[in-house]
Design a protein around this ligand. Structure first.
Ligand code: HXC
Ligand code: NAP
Length: 298
């Protein structure tokens, strides 16, 4: 399958330094690995330093590249500034910020405490804001150009979704920030884009969104017109393209990678997919017969 293959030329990210928040696990780890394979130096950050160290070691062995683990809770601006300084201290500069860290869990909204709502907004929206300000203002101060910020949102950033309301509100805010700064900070030589993934199995997401036997009850692949969930490499291919110089004219865009999932939910008559072929024969006859009756009456 082509989508399982690595898409870009081997030197596509050579000389680039990339910071991936939430890079120790799941999709952040998959994107980090591919960036390293393409020649980038990558700093991965999250709260769990042990996991970051293990990931960095594993990826350095697998790719022969360089990965710097830095502990940082993106909810706290001073930790983000310290993380930025540590990365610049090690690599000399940062070219790309990938805001990938997130928190989420399913819950009826009326069961959420104010703090439970806040914790998601703080990680996703405030964390993205903290990193964007810390890196963006530093680039502006130093007059460094050719920089890029890539934000990971999701398709319910624009549709909204019940049972993940704090996440939906926060991701909508991140999408608005992406589009706003794509215009405002282009003059400083920065591009801002977003990726909206559909279902890509990861332990972090599946444990919180499909706990217990929900995994078996809700087959996510069935919700997708292409009848499969996403593969990490195809997301990594897209992310690598968007942070590379090959996408230099793409700015302010959100690219959906979901096999058509959200549109399936949105289209008025898409549920008709469940109608069996034999029933379509009857339905067609009924519709055509109605037309004949109408013609006869006029
Ligand atoms: C109701 C809950 C809850 C639950 C926690 N809380 N879990 N409320 N139902 N299931 C409440 C707690 O009681 C507390 O409120 C508040 O939330 C904070 O909880 P803590 O456990 O103290 O927070 P913390 O240790 O900071 O953990 C943050 C977390 C956790 C978000 C709750 O899940 C986490 O660390 N997540 C990081 C990774 C992650 O979520 N990955 C999935 C991303 S998937 P009180 O009032 O009691 O203090 C994703 C996919 C989107 O985004 C699209 C998919 C298609
Ligand atoms: P994941 O493995 O749980 O990734 C989330 C990461 O965020 C973890 O590495 C976590 O590390 C980090 N993180 C959480 N709170 C943090 C904080 N306060 N400070 C710093 N880092 C923090 O889940 P994933 O599925 O790979 O998700 C990655 C991204 O994809 C998220 O933005 C998610 O919304 C998005 N997404 C995923 C899917 C999917 O189907 N998987 C679909 C759409 C969008 P620590 O716990 O160590 O801090």
């Amino acid at each position: 399958m082509d989508y399982l293959k690595k898409m870009l030329r081997d030197d596509a990210l050579i000389e680039k330094t990339i910071v991936v928040t939430g890079g120790g696990s799941g999709l952040g780890k998959a994107m980090t690995k591919y960036f390293m394979e393409l020649g980038a130096k990558v700093a991965i950050t999250s709260r769990n330093l042990e996991r970051l160290k293990e990931t960095a070691k594993e990826l350095e062995l697998e790719t022969g590249g360089t990965c710097l683990p830095v502990q940082c809770d993106v909810r706290h601006f001073e930790q983000v500034e310290a993380m930025r300084d540590a990365v610049i201290n090690k690599f000399g500069k940062v070219d790309v910020l990938l805001n990938n860290a997130a928190g989420n869990f399913i819950s009826p909204t009326e069961r959420l405490s104010a703090n439970a709502f806040d914790v998601i907004i703080d990680i996703v929206l405030k964390g993205t804001k903290n990193c964007t300000l810390a890196f963006g203002k530093d680039w502006i101060d130093k007059k460094e150009t050719n920089k890029c910020v890539l934000n990971i949102v999701t398709t319910y950033a624009w549709t909204g979704s019940g049972y993940v309301v704090p996440s939906a509100a926060a991701k909508a805010g991140v999408l608005a920030m992406t589009r706003s700064l794509a215009v405002e900070w282009a003059k400083y030589g920065m591009r801002f884009n977003a990726i909206a993934p559909g279902p890509f199995p990861t332990k972090g997401a599946w444990d919180r969104l499909l706990p217990g036997d929900l995994k078996d009850k809700f087959d996510m692949a069935k919700k997708v017109p292409l009848k499969r969930v996403g593969e990490h490499q195809e997301l990594a291919n897209l992310a690598a393209y968007l942070v590379s110089g090959f996408s230099a004219y793409i700015n302010g865009e959100v690219i959906t990678i979901d096999g058509g999932e959200w549109l399936k939910g949105a289209g008025e008559f898409n549920l008709l997919e469940d109608i069996p072929e034999e029933m379509w024969d009857q339905l067609e006859m009924m519709i055509r017969a109605k037309k004949k009756t109408n013609n006869a009456l006029t």
